[in-house]
Design a protein. Structure first.
Length: 130
């Protein structure tokens, strides 16, 4: 009951409130990211959610256009834009995830969704959920 109604209700209320309050900051970040190299503002990546469901995970783009998708452990090898360093340090790159929370793809409180290639982590989480 808690998981279905209370936690989900809190996710909706908190994410919607945060979207409204942080909207001006999101617009400024979007404009700077776009002007930096005229590419897409939001980085989209397939992630695995509850029950193995695949969804698109959103973040502000902090790397140059056409940077390949890699696991978090390999990110240090990739180039990060100047503004990307700032938004990563301040966690502003994660503002678009509020949309994922509002859609129900993920929750405010919970583990970070893995990418599909992180098979061991996915299997471990499925095992622990039983």
């Amino acid at each position: 009951m808690y998981q279905i109604y209370i936690k989900r209700g809190l996710d909706i209320i908190l994410s919607l409130s945060a979207i409204v309050i942080l909207f001006p900051i999101g617009i400024i970040c979007s404009l700077i990211i776009f002007l930096q190299d005229f590419g897409p503002v939001v980085f989209k990546q397939k992630r695995v959610g509850r029950d193995g469901r695949i969804f698109l995970f959103y973040k502000f783009r902090s790397m140059p256009v056409n940077t390949p998708n890699v696991q978090s452990s390999d990110v240090a090898k990739l180039k990060i834009t100047t503004f990307g360093k700032i938004i990563r340090r301040t966690n502003l790159d994660e503002l678009p995830q509020l949309i994922n929370i509002l859609k129900g793809d993920m929750s405010i409180v919970g583990p970070r969704p893995p990418i599909p290639s992180q098979v061991n982590l996915i299997e471990l989480r499925e095992k622990m959920a039983l």
